[in-house]
Design a binder for this molecule. Structure first.
Ligand SMILES: [Zn+2]
Length: 105
């Protein structure tokens, strides 16, 4: 297998869609060709990270994840006595507004 032949198979190889015989050929070539390994790694990175601009750093992502987890893990506070009727009132007011709006059309 030549480097040119390998280029066409790299994407399929990445997604595991090369038949076993072809896979052996790809791996054999990758083992012996540093240039193609380099291309394969670059291709993998491109597929996995997407090409759309800069990504948040690992620290930023970890911080975001921690914040999201903290938010999810927060214990649910019981409703105060006045919150439930207020929420219900707001919901029915929204429905009324929607009805009036629909009639107006
Ligand atoms: Zn090669």
């Amino acid at each position: 297998m030549t480097c040119e032949e390998l280029q066409g198979d790299l994407v399929a190889y990445h997604f595991g869609e090369v038949p076993p015989a072809g896979r052996d050929a790809v791996e054999e070539h990758l083992v012996s060709c540093a240039a193609c390994v380099k291309r394969f790694v670059a291709l993998k990175r491109e597929i996995e990270l997407g090409e759309s601009g800069p990504r948040p750093s690992a620290t930023a992502r970890a911080r975001l994840k921690a914040a999201a987890l903290a938010e999810v893990a927060k214990p649910l506070r019981p409703w105060r006595w006045w919150e439930r009727p207020l929420a219900f009132g707001l919901a029915s007011a929204a429905v009324m507004v929607a009805l009036v709006f629909v009639r107006g059309l």
